[in-house]
Design a protein around this ligand. Structure first.
Ligand SMILES: [Zn+2]
Length: 506
């Protein structure tokens, strides 16, 4: 009887877990038994591993083979265990001395020809291996640069199974991750390109400062998309922990093409209005893929032409927006992905989407109201800022000259405002003004002087302003004060905050 054990890593959501791969070879009818809750892909591993071993010039042990993946209770998905299974099997058969693989975690899918293929989610796998104290990881060549983003662990790459055999048996070297300077993430579009649009620019600056969700209403040509795309450029860069988390999500989605650097810019996702629910919130068989809302984690989720999205799709976003997480129900245990996003909705004023004043638009006031009404309810309830934009007039364009203030300058103000808010709410669990519940702002010590809110209160009493709208104006007033470096909102800040709620009856 012969036995060997190797180490691999499995993923649940975006979290890696070490998996021990045991192989036991005994005399008996030749057969291969896989145990440890394998899914279909893992069952296919049996055939892949066999072909890869034979086609790498190794002898297939014609014995009774039991492969067991531990811990058994951990659901296992995908093909990333192939390499560790092949290694355990060869070692168990006495073809490989295993000493050289002590302290090594390995992941990789095997092709029938013995090639080692890239897998999704290598980054979080390597994070888990490093955390568990593994000193070295062995990953597919195409994933190797992604793996080197994790500090504190030595990465070796492998392109073919026979290279592992040569390494373990003959001491030949494994491959080093491809060298080359880390690709800096390309600079996104800059606010300097936006001419005029004072209200729109102010709206995204306040949104960035307070972490407020934002709705931009206006006819085509009013710059909604242009402004939304530039919101990430004025948000603070991601810190180390967030950068790893965000990059890991993109790794699991298989969206890190050539992934050579950590994602430092807040991501921007703009799913099309025909997107399905799984593509928005995640899904798929096996290891569920994160959806657009998780790929936008710590960044911006932009829904252009938001009323055109299926109501089912908008409804599916509600829960993650509330909790900052997506929970996907699976047959074997649920998968969770983080999904803290800043939401930007854009909508045309009417279904025909003609420029304002265009004589061709024959939408009735009722049709317009109904169209905009598709957004109301759960989603719009969470949106603090609503502004109506108008197409740029020639005079405005000329006056603006070469363009507006660049993102770097605006971003500095945003960073200062965020620091002020973080300091104010330290100890209460909120980091941004958008997270602060309304009642807190209506009570001492944060209640504003009566004189500052006189207008607001009279609107509330007359029914022109809802209680929710009242709280939103207060939140926005704090963000405006933070941007302008005031300790507390002034009467003017409250007035400006009202102006950022023009999209609907207050
Ligand atoms: Zn119309």
């Amino acid at each position: 009887m012969s036995y060997a054990k190797t180490i691999s890593v499995g993923l649940i959501g975006v979290t890696g877990h070490l998996v021990e791969v045991e192989a036991d070879l005994s005399n008996g009818l030749p057969a291969v038994v896989l145990s440890g809750l394998p899914d279909t892909a893992l069952n296919e591993a049996r055939d892949r591993v066999r072909a890869a071993i034979v086609n790498s010039g190794q002898r297939w042990p014609n014995r009774r083979i039991t492969v067991n993946l531990l811990p058994a209770a951990l659901p296992k998905f995908g093909s990333s265990f192939d390499l560790a299974i092949a290694a355990a099997l060869l070692a168990g058969a006495g073809e490989l001395p295993l000493a050289a693989l002590e302290g090594v975690a390995m992941v990789g899918e095997l092709g029938l020809d013995g090639a080692v293929r890239p897998v999704r989610g290598v980054l979080p796998m390597v994070v888990a291996a490093a955390r568990a104290g593994m000193s070295r990881v062995l990953v597919p060549l195409d994933n190797a640069r992604e793996a080197t983003l994790v500090p504190g662990v030595r990465v070796k790459a492998i392109d073919r199974l026979h290279r592992l055999v040569a390494f373990v048996r003959d001491g030949e070297e494994l491959l080093d991750p491809p060298a080359g300077p880390p690709e800096s993430s390309p600079d996104g579009p800059d606010l300097a390109d936006v001419a005029g649009q004072a209200l729109g620019r102010r709206a995204i600056e306040v949104a960035a400062a307070g972490g407020h969700h934002l709705a931009l209403l206006g006819p085509p040509g009013s710059g909604k998309t242009m402004l939304a795309e530039r919101l990430p450029s004025i948000l603070p860069e991601l810190d180390d922990a967030s950068a790893i988390e965000v990059t890991a999500l993109h790794s699991v989605a298989g969206a890190l093409t050539g992934g050579t650097s950590l994602i430092r810019r807040p991501p921007f996702q703009s799913p099309h209005h025909t997107s399905t629910v799984p593509s928005l919130v995640g899904g798929g068989s096996g290891l569920a893929r994160p959806g657009a809302i998780s790929l936008a984690h710590r960044g911006v989720l932009f829904l252009d032409e938001a009323p055109e999205f299926a109501s089912r799709a908008l409804e599916a976003l509600r829960q993650p927006l509330e909790t900052g997480r997506v929970c996907l129900a699976r047959v074997r245990g649920g998968t969770e992905y983080p999904a803290c996003v800043q939401l930007v909705l854009a909508a045309n004023p009417c279904p025909c989407a003609r420029p304002a004043g265009d004589t061709v638009c024959e939408c009735t006031p009722l049709a317009r109201r109904r169209y905009q009404g598709r957004l109301s309810g759960p989603l719009l309830d969470r949106v603090d800022i609503q502004v109506s934009l108008t197409p740029l007039r020639a005079a405005e364009l000329m006056a603006a000259g070469a363009g507006g203030e660049p993102s770097a300058v605006v971003g500095e103000r945003v960073a200062k405002a965020r620091a002020a808010a973080t300091a104010r709410w330290a100890g209460s669990g909120w980091r941004t003004n958008a997270e602060v519940p309304g009642p807190v702002l209506r009570r001492p010590p944060w209640r504003l002087p009566r004189a500052h809110t006189a207008h607001l209160r009279s609107w509330l009493d007359s029914g022109a302003l809802s209680a929710r709208g009242f709280d939103r104006v207060l939140r926005l007033a704090w963000s405006i004060a933070d941007l302008d470096g005031r300790q507390r909102p002034s009467a003017g800040d409250v007035d400006e905050a009202v102006g950022l709620r023009t999209g609907e009856a207050l």
